[in-house]
Design a protein around this ligand. Structure first.
Ligand code: F6P
Length: 324
């Protein structure tokens, strides 16, 4: 390995910048050259990359988003797109690639690497959804969860002042990880997760029990993976629950922004450092992750096929009990 490229792809996640910084500095420390690719795989196709040095990543630890920009790139899914990307990498003398992103990013990385095995590829799990096999935590999940908690605490103030019921929809794609942890942290009366079915009748019973137990406000967190959606759920509940004024808040993309937490800065640094060291050792088609506080390499193939992230049963059980 003599020159590596680094890119961020898919939805941005707080912690990507600390990771880019770690990749650039670890590579240069080890005598490698580094190119930063703009806009994910699109930048590989457009040959939109630039040489980076240690100062290119100064003062970015605290920044949300990604200084390299990101994109969801359809042309990279085609053979022509991949071939153009490959030719550009070769023309720039690049023989190693670090891709920071989620499962869509890894799917592209694996296909590319199987087609062009002379470019070594290492993936870093960067997504607020926390839905990747092979890493207990993904970059951005901690910050996003804290952002959600801050928002829900504020909604609780006004919900309590007006004796209202709020349905709050949070991100996570098919994963309820953000919803579950935010729900526990904010004492949500109910948490609707794609990982378990909660019948509407059960939810209504729960809310009635809350009223009987003299709760003045209620918060129902709806993971976006619950296909019923916060608005339709609120509509259904409104037909049968008359003791609350019901409101809906969709938190949306504010969940993706903001300065990374200490946890995500450290995780990004560790994973970026580990990704470059893996390339130097000759690894390819692997994802670097954190399990039991240790760096672990998982085959990209395995990370993708096992990718259904399981939520902790004890957290789900506990959240129901603690919110009575
Ligand atoms: O994967 C991260 C994520 O924020 C998901 O939680 C959400 O479903 C999706 O991306 C939104 O994507 P976009 O920003 O393209 O609308």
């Amino acid at each position: 390995i003599s020159k590596i490229a680094v890119l961020t792809s898919g939805g941005d996640a707080p912690g990507m910048n600390p990771c880019i910084r770690a990749v650039v500095r670890t590579a240069i420390y080890n005598g490698l050259h580094v190119a930063g690719v703009r806009q994910g795989y699109q930048g590989l196709i457009d040959n939109n990359m630039y040489d980076m040095d240690p100062r290119s990543v100064s003062n970015i630890l605290n920044l949300g988003g990604t200084i390299l920009k990101t994109a969801r790139c359809l042309p990279f899914r085609t053979d022509e797109g991949m071939e153009t990307a490959y030719k550009n990498l070769k023309a720039n003398g690049i023989d190693g690639l670090v891709v920071i992103g989620g499962d869509g990013t890894f799917t592209g990385a694996l296909r590319f690497s199987k087609k062009y095995p002379d470019i070594a590829v290492i993936g870093v799990p960067g997504t607020i959804d926390n839905d990747l096999y092979g890493s207990t935590y993904t970059l951005g999940f901690d910050t996003a969860t804290n952002t959600v908690i801050e928002a829900i605490d504020k909604i609780r103030d006004t919900a309590d002042a007006h004796d209202r019921l709020f349905f709050i929809e949070v991100m996570g794609r098919d994963s309820g990880a953000i919803a579950l942890r935010a729900g526990i942290s904010c004492g949500a009366e109910a948490i609707l997760l794609p990982e378990r079915d909660t019948a509407i009748e059960h939810l209504i019973e729960n809310l009635k029990a809350g009223q009987y137990n003299k709760k003045s406000s209620s918060i129902v967190i709806v993971a976006e993976g619950d296909k019923r959606g916060a608005y339709d759920l609120a509509e259904e509940v409104r037909k049968q629950v008359k003791f609350y004024d019901i409101k809906v808040t969709i938190l949306g993309h504010l969940q993706r922004g903001g300065s990374p937490s200490a946890f995500d800065r450290i995780l990004g640094s560790r994973l970026g450092f580990a990704a470059v060291n893996a390339l130097i050792k000759g690894e390819t088609q692997k994802m670097v992750g954190l399990e039991a506080n240790h760096i672990k390499l998982t085959d990209l193939e395995e990370a993708l096929t096992q990718h259904q992230f399981k939520l902790e049963e004890d957290l789900m059980e506990m959240s129901d009990i603690l919110s009575i």
